[in-house]
Design a protein around this ligand. Structure first.
Ligand SMILES: [Fe+2]
Length: 530
């Protein structure tokens, strides 16, 4: 049974699933080099790349909510059958029921021929993707984003290979209202800070740690989440005239972000309590774009409501085709599942590295050099997890400023994260989704202003090359952490060796390590080690 699944909203993506095994999860932005790229992808070329033919596809799974691509062209689905979003109850606020109410069966025409097909709702795909890639047999699921297919949040309960029930719109205060956490982060970034809409939240979460939450700001933000999430933050309610613009250096702007963070954390906790009282679950999985908020995730994890929590590697919309495909395989087709974390390395394959390369990399890092690493299959999801990563010694006092200046050109207030060799950190930090305190660890380049960091924790069973690298690093330095940031410079994560080399050449990144060899720059320490 071969399943082709696609999602063509922003962060468009495609998944191929063969007998329940994930063949690939491909994000459009990695292929087109346009961040968060939306719209149709070349399905025929993807099938061919992975040795599939259209005739070999047994089932197509899709999201029917289509947005035009960058060129403005609309992509029309040729489908037969009533779509779930055309049913009279689709816009009913607070809809709750079995997931069959948020999916529909169709015949779809692709590649000039018809296929059996399923349409799956946005938050249902988030929920299924999160549970079915987690280590839990049963869990409650919280999903929140900036509004996926008209809904900003949902909670669900799943066990075994089924999602039993899904309820839309947690966080109601009044009938017909839903709190839109993600849209307020995005609007604050876009309208007040002048950032790109889909990039504001990630940046401002970093800035939030510089400010202090203030109750009067929290109250205004709470109102905004209910009534006008797509409008700017109302700075004029704080004696600032008509000026809506905010600057990161401004303490008031920092306090606004800190207040939004506090409100987000409060709402996550409120939702978690509601989830726990609604269904008798021991564990929770958190998903949707808002589950990239590591502080809120950590608050839920540490709340003692659950024995365990989990955030998938791809909680954002880039994971929707995977969620749709797994929902079809397990829930609709009834195929059993073995609860275990799914590997995040599901993208383009750059090829393997020889084991001994780890020793060379540690040598460069000990000299204080930055190392760009591109090998194996690219990470699915928003975080670089070692296969398309830039590494640096986290003990370097001005390591963060150096990387910002020479390589990444990022905002001064954004933190860097580490990969960590094991240890009891108290969070399931496989994919950099939780925070831990590190102020006492002597790693200033990855220590945020609040003394925390969001680690990728590697344990036995994880990527063998990265484990070897971290063990060697610890042996030589006594330090179990390495700064690990995405291999890119103001662009999507590099996908191929050629892209990695191009980014290495045009930035101040010192060393490039790929399956094609080790490349250094003349005039820098270590140069000549080809
Ligand atoms: Fe979403």
């Amino acid at each position: 049974m071969r399943i082709l699944s696609f999602y063509f909203g922003h962060d468009a993506n495609v998944t191929l699933l063969d007998e329940g095994e994930v063949v690939c999860v491909l994000e459009k932005e990695r292929l087109t080099r346009v961040k968060h790229d939306a719209g149709p992808m070349d399905l025929a070329a993807i099938l061919e790349d992975y040795g599939w033919t259209p005739e070999s596809v047994d089932l197509v799974v899709f999201n029917p909510y289509l947005r035009p691509g960058r060129d403005g062209r609309r992509f029309a689905l040729e489908i037969e059958g009533e779509r779930y979003d055309e049913r009279p109850d689709y816009k009913q606020d607070g809809w709750c029921g079995p997931p069959e109410g948020r999916m529909s069966r169709h015949r779809i025409r692709l590649f000039g021929r018809p296929f059996e097909a399923l349409a799956v709702d946005h938050h249902l795909a988030h929920a299924a993707g999160a549970l079915f890639t987690s280590p839990f047999a049963e869990a409650g699921i919280l999903s929140a984003d900036g509004s996926g297919d008209l809904r900003a949040c949902a909670m669900a309960w799943g066990a075994g290979n089924r999602i039993h029930e899904i309820e839309y719109g947690w966080g109601y205060e009044k009938k017909k209202m839903q709190l839109n956490i993600g849209a307020v982060w995005a609007s604050l970034g876009e309208y007040n800070f002048g950032m790109k809409r889909l990039e504001g939240a990630g940046k401002l979460m970093g800035l939030a740690s510089y400010g202090t939450p203030r109750e009067e700001i929290v109250a205004v933000l709470r109102e905004q989440m209910l009534y006008y999430p797509y409008a700017p933050f109302q700075t004029f309610r704080f004696g600032r005239g008509d000026e809506l613009a905010l600057e990161p250096e401004d303490p008031f702007a920092q306090d606004v972000c800190a207040s939004l963070q506090q409100l987000t954390t409060e709402l996550f906790l409120e939702a978690a309590r509601r989830l726990k009282s609604r269904w008798p679950v021991a564990c929770a999985v958190l998903t949707g774009g808002c589950a990239m908020n590591c502080i809120a995730n950590t608050a839920v994890h540490r709340s003692s409501l659950f024995a365990g929590t989990w955030v998938p590697a791809q909680p954002h919309d880039g994971g929707l085709s995977l969620g749709q495909a797994l929902f079809a395989w397990h829930h609709v087709l009834g195929r059993p599942r073995t609860p275990r974390p799914l590997t995040p390395y599901l993208g383009t394959d750059a090829g393997p590295l020889p084991e001994e390369r780890a020793e060379e990399i540690v040598g460069f890092l000990e000299q204080g050099l930055s190392v760009g690493l591109c090998y194996g299959r690219a990470e699915s999801g928003p975080r670089a997890l070692g296969h398309r990563s830039i590494l640096l010694d986290p003990r370097i006092p001005d390591g963060k400023e150096r990387l910002n200046r020479e390589v990444k050109h990022r905002e001064w207030y954004r933190p860097y994260a580490p990969m960590v060799l094991g240890g009891d950190w108290g969070v399931p930090g496989k994919y950099m989704s939780y925070i831990v305190p590190v102020a006492a660890h002597g790693v200033p380049a990855v220590t945020h202003v609040d003394g925390t960091t969001r680690p990728q924790i590697l344990e036995e069973g994880d990527d063998p090359f990265l484990l070897r690298l971290l063990r060697l690093w610890r042996e030589r330095t006594g330090c179990a952490l390495l700064l690990n940031t995405s291999f890119n410079c103001q662009e999507p994560l590099v996908d191929t060796v050629a892209q990695a080399r191009a980014t290495w050449r045009r930035t101040g990144l010192d060393v490039l390590v790929t399956p094609e060899g080790v490349e250094t720059k003349t005039g820098r320490p270590g140069a000549g080690a080809q």
